[in-house]
Design a protein around this ligand. Structure first.
Ligand SMILES: Cc1cc2nc3c(=O)[nH]c(=O)nc-3n(C[C@H](O)[C@H](O)[C@H](O)COP(=O)(O)O)c2cc1C
Ligand SMILES: CCCCCCCCCCCCCCC(=O)C(=O)O
Length: 362
């Protein structure tokens, strides 16, 4: 358990056959992680209203299935920026994987490989990107927190691209972290020996982070640039005007600004404004195959999953991560079959029961 105090993780074997849906992982992970790590992952900002709304809003959407459709040739494949993916479920960037499992991000990358999933590596990775890239068999993207030291950020991005990362997700919703009361009570700190090799030292200068920085990143980035953390349709329009390659509709799992809307609520109006000019991805509360279907129907090209990956990692390392993704893709395939949709392109607004459709279609 290199770099992690032996008592910081409770690694007793679990039988992954016992996990039948994504919610089971959180239950089990609570017993497997230190309290500090569990509170860090599970919590949201302030009163956690947005955390709850992410789930409630997805639950409230009803489906409108079509019967007697030929779904024998089910095809979940998508293409993003020319990259061919087996399915539209990506691993969201989450920090500090060595708090969840001694193999940290290496296990996550292996799990992504087992489940044919694209993995967005956090800039708060506790494992160097070069090592992750060595074990990855699926595409990697890199998430960027823009540093006060912009030369550091430029080097970080160039290093990520040199390691083979195929896109950059610039997180724009966290100029500062939110009011994280549970994290504060848990007295969050990194255990001795766990480091974040791609974040650099402490902040020395509070520098504004604006659209000018996005233009600057695009001036040297060789890979597609996505903005992660868009909720406002006006910002989505500015992102298109700025020439970015894609956006991720996200409220950071309710960890930053509490009381912003659920992402599934923000998604349709953003998708409408973007009007397919660039891909729109979405995350926040995706736990069921039907959630993936609803997000695609309401305008997402793909979704990302955060907390369940952390819990899967804590429960079973690479196999736990893979099991989370396999359960979700399996549920998604069933949802496609049961709604009569054989391809991703055929998942449109008509699969949403009309009380939730903005443009009623009779
Ligand atoms: C424990 C944890 C750590 C996270 N770390 C990052 C991060 O380093 N960078 C980032 O852009 N987003 C981070 N996020 C946000 C996720 O990328 C993603 O937006 C969110 O988790 C999706 O919602 P979900 O967890 O409900 O699936 C983190 C989320 C969690 C739960
Ligand atoms: C080490 C200095 C970092 C400067 C960059 C500022 C970005 C804000 C940092 C927020 C911490 C969030 C950690 C991971 C995360 O996104 C989450 O927990 O959620």
């Amino acid at each position: 358990m290199e770099g992690v105090p032996p008592d910081s993780l409770k690694q007793e074997p679990v039988d992954l056959a016992d996990f039948i849906n994504l919610f089971d992982f959180e239950q089990m992970a609570k017993g497997k992680m230190t309290e500090m790590a569990y509170e860090y992952v599970a919590s949201g900002a302030a009163d956690e209203l947005t955390v709850r709304w992410n789930r409630q809003a997805l639950d409230a959407i009803k489906l409108n299935p079509t019967v007697l459709t030929d779904v024998s040739q089910l095809d979940t494949r998508i293409s993003l920026f020319g990259q061919k993916l087996a399915h539209p479920i990506l691993i969201a960037p989450t920090a500090y994987h060595k708090l969840m499992h001694p193999e940290g991000e290496l296990a996550t990358a292996r799990g992504a490989g087992l489940a044919s999933a694209l993995y967005v590596v956090s800039s708060f990775t506790t494992t160097p990107l070069a090592e992750i890239a060595q074990v990855a068999t699926q595409p990697l993207w890199f998430q960027v927190y823009v540093r006060d030291d912009r030369e550091f950020t430029r080097n970080q991005i160039q290093e990520a691209e040199a390691q083979g990362c195929q896109a950059l997700c610039i997180t724009v919703d966290t100029p500062v972290p939110g009011v994280r009361n549970r994290e504060q009570r848990g007295n969050f700190r990194l255990p001795a020996g766990v480091t974040i090799p791609h974040m650099g030292g402490p902040i020395v200068e509070k520098k504004p982070f604006t659209w000018n920085d996005i233009a600057w990143i695009q001036s040297f980035a060789k890979t597609p640039v996505l903005l992660k953390g868009i909720l406002n349709p006006d910002d989505a329009e500015k992102a298109v005007q700025a020439g970015v390659s894609g956006i991720i509709v996200s409220n950071h799992s309710g960890r930053n600004l509490d009381t912003v809307p659920a992402t599934i609520e923000a998604l349709p109006r953003i998708a409408e404004r973007v009007n397919r000019r660039i891909p729109v991805l979405m995350d926040g509360g995706i736990r069921r195959g039907t959630d993936v279907l609803k997000a695609i129907a309401l305008g997402a090209n793909a979704v990302l999953v955060g907390k369940p990956i952390c819990f899967g990692l804590a429960c079973g390392g690479a196999e736990g991560v893979a099991k989370v993704l396999q359960l979700l893709t399996y549920e998604f395939e069933l949802a496609m079959i049961l709604t009569g949709r054989a391809t991703i392109d055929s998942i449109d607004r008509s699969v949403i029961w009309d009380s939730f459709r903005e443009n009623k279609q009779g």
